[in-house]
Design a protein around this ligand. Structure first.
Ligand SMILES: [Zn+2]
Length: 272
């Protein structure tokens, strides 16, 4: 699933290409209108007609188009892609939504597994109610993290995956950040020391910033633009490296299940 760096990569790409465009219409080439939630296609069109895109940004794993009035949001989930051109004509069967702009250019929402969603709204209060702090914002300080960890008697990995705690982290970058900080994924948040918490804060931010600079991690599904891949996979320290030597100590990396997610860690560097 695309996480913060991959979503940011898509936002950066789209910003260059479609900010300023006016929307003529939206349709669903494969008729998968559940992509719009409870909104009918007519309602979507009424909402979007003649609106233009003033800005594109990210909040958590959501892509937000700020319109001159209201917002259009995409969540890519597992396999959603926002592309300006379809690589193959027959891929239209995977396109749940297509925006047409007044210069006749188009934006396709291609989603093979169909878990992605599109939202239309006049304000973003519902989103703010759902999402926790942005890990790259100036409000996310190491003091903030330590203060909030101390109040949680939950295992650290599921806590960091919880979008209402910190928005945008997912399986890959949580494993990488916990390794960086030397924290076991099953550690109870409230038992993490101030020193470890500082290291975790540093790990979260450096892993995310480096992954954004590499345009995300492509493992199976992620691509952006005209099928470009992210390069962060080469820089991963432990994710996807079960039984390979830990870059810190040389011992084999272990893989376990935590909160139903495949979780990588070094049993020597990351003690409970
Ligand atoms: Zn190690």
């Amino acid at each position: 699933m695309p996480e913060l760096p991959e979503v940011q990569t898509v936002v950066n790409y789209l910003t260059k290409h479609i900010v300023g465009k006016s929307i003529l219409s939206i349709n669903s080439p494969n008729k998968y209108t559940r992509v719009f939630g409870s909104c009918t296609l007519n309602e979507c069109n009424r909402f979007l007609l003649k609106k233009h895109i003033e800005n594109i940004r990210r909040r958590g794993k959501y892509i937000i188009f700020d319109l001159n009035q209201g917002h259009l949001l995409y969540h890519l989930r597992m396999t959603g892609k926002l592309i300006l051109q379809l690589p193959k004509a027959e891929d239209i069967k995977y396109v749940s939504a297509k925006l047409t702009f007044d210069d006749n250019s188009e934006l396709f929402f291609k989603d093979v597994r169909k878990f992605g969603r599109i939202y239309f709204c006049n304000n973003l209060d519902w989103l703010e109610d759902k999402l926790g702090i942005e890990p790259l914002s100036k409000e996310f300080t190491s003091d903030y993290l330590f203060y909030h960890l101390q109040k949680k008697n939950r295992q650290i990995k599921p806590l960091l995956l919880d979008q209402s705690f910190i928005a945008g982290l997912g399986n890959i970058y949580v494993d990488e950040a916990l390794w960086y900080a030397g924290i076991h994924p099953l550690s109870i948040a409230s038992t993490i020391s101030n020193k470890q918490s500082k290291k975790l804060h540093e790990g979260i931010q450096s892993v995310l910033l480096n992954a954004i600079a590499a345009k995300g991690t492509t493992i199976i599904n992620f691509s952006y633009g005209d099928n470009d891949s992210g390069n962060y996979k080469e820089k991963l320290k432990i994710f996807g490296k079960e039984n390979r030597p830990c870059p810190g100590c040389g011992n084999p990396i272990k893989k376990i299940k935590v909160a139903q997610r495949g979780t990588h860690f070094c049993p020597k560097c990351q003690l409970i």
